[in-house]
Design a protein around this ligand. Sequence first.
Ligand code: HEC
Length: 188
Amino acid sequence: METRTIIPTTLAATAAVAAMLAWAQGNDRVAFPENYKGGIHYATVERGNIREEIYANREAIEAANKGQPLPSGTVITMEDFRDGRLFRYIVMEKRQGWGERYAQDIRNGDWEFQSFQPDRTVNRSENVTRCMGCHKAQVRNDHVFTLDRMRSAKLSQAESSLRHAALMPRITDSLTQALLRTWHEGTN
Ligand code: HEC
């Protein structure tokens, strides 16, 4: 009789502890940014056998260029190489309201942090409160160590997409002409 009540309670307690551990070691919010290379590569940092390549989404670089705060939806992705081999990816992502669940002494604005293995799965053995502890020191730079680099980054990829956009009217014109031609041919 007693075991019946004990077992569910134990299971519930175990699930709660597991959930807390999962929360402490990586979080459920930051997914791997599969398209990070479609953003802007804005910095390379080299130190001994470490090389870091840092990317951010275009909207974030555009805001930084204008001296504006990094917008909700900003994703910064770092490839971390050791001796030339990919060791891990680390990512920080900002979304409005995300910081609310943290105590003030841990909270980094609305940023969440995540570490990924080279196969892009979450590294659960990484305690993200460590990330937050160190990045908290950059509070004046929106918790981003390389904010200056973002501010001075060139939007080369964005510029080329603007050039692409500038071609659009001409493409549309010739498309329209082609459509008009077929239409005329069809009615003649
Ligand atoms: C001991 C301090 C420290 C810890 C812990 C730390 N970082 Fe950083 N992080 C830095 C520094 C310093 C930089 C700037 C690049 C450099 O000098 O290597 C940086 C850069 C970054 C960047 C690029 C944007 C920026 O702030 O410049 C990301 C993304 C990042 N870290 C994510 C993480 C994540 C995720 C973790 C935890 C898994 C983490 N960091 C833990 C110090 C730290």
